[in-house]
Write a protein that binds this ligand. Structure first.
Ligand SMILES: CC(C)(COP(=O)(O)OP(=O)(O)OC[C@H]1O[C@@H](n2cnc3c(N)ncnc32)[C@H](O)[C@@H]1OP(=O)(O)O)[C@@H](O)C(=O)NCCC(=O)NCCS
Length: 166
């Protein structure tokens, strides 16, 4: 008998604020590779969530957090600060849905451009952003420092929100 493909996860995307700090940190701990030191601390994330212009989104399967995003708006620009998905659900479309919601949120706030920085060798994230229509607009050498002291460049990417309308 043929084995059935894994069913698509049914997940929802909800607003996240300081009350969801623990759930977001649980995803943070498992999603980010310790070597690169990219995971934020609980105090960093908690403080950012309270800043004006910052907002989060949580992806839930039932009551279980499986992903999140974090953004900051500054005038007509929005920066995607973080996006992460629990490894068990990678390649199931969770980040793609979160990213679409980020784009919609940014547009609803009247922004015209969405920016982000991604480690140059973070292939899954680069694929994700390429697929979502982000363009590479710059490279910052030695931007990230890994646990062993080695440096990695950051790629700056931009998405023009008018693309969402067209
Ligand atoms: C990057 C990350 C958020 C992607 O999450 P995800 O839920 O697995 O992504 P999705 O399933 O929505 O993938 C959407 C598309 O991105 C691309 N993609 C994502 N992961 C990929 C991988 N490992 N290899 C190739 N393409 C990939 C694919 O085009 C994919 O579409 P497809 O599966 O239909 O081909 C996840 O790998 C992660 O949490 N990484 C650690 C945290 C991180 O590095 N965040 C980014 C910097 S803040």
């Amino acid at each position: 008998m043929e084995s059935a493909a894994a069913p698509e996860p049914v997940f929802s995307i909800v607003p996240a604020d300081e009350r969801h700090l623990e759930a977001m940190m649980a995803v943070m701990h498992v999603a980010f590779h310790a070597h690169y030191g990219e995971a934020w601390s609980s105090s960093q994330l908690g403080a950012t969530l309270t800043l004006p212009g910052c907002w989060g989104r949580l992806a839930l399967v039932g009551a279980q957090a499986v992903g999140f995003s974090l953004c900051r708006a500054a005038g007509p620009e929005v920066e995607l600060l973080l996006i992460a998905v629990t490894p068990e659900l990678h390649r199931r479309g969770v980040a793609g849905r979160l990213l679409l919601r980020v784009q919609e949120d940014a547009m609803a706030r009247g922004a015209s451009e969405l920016f982000l920085e991604v480690r140059e060798d973070n292939e899954p994230a680069k694929y994700l952003y390429d697929r979502a229509g982000f363009a590479r607009i710059g490279r910052r050498a030695d931007y990230y420092t890994a646990k062993d002291g080695s440096r990695r460049a950051a790629i700056t990417m931009k998405y023009s929100l008018e693309q969402l309308i067209g």
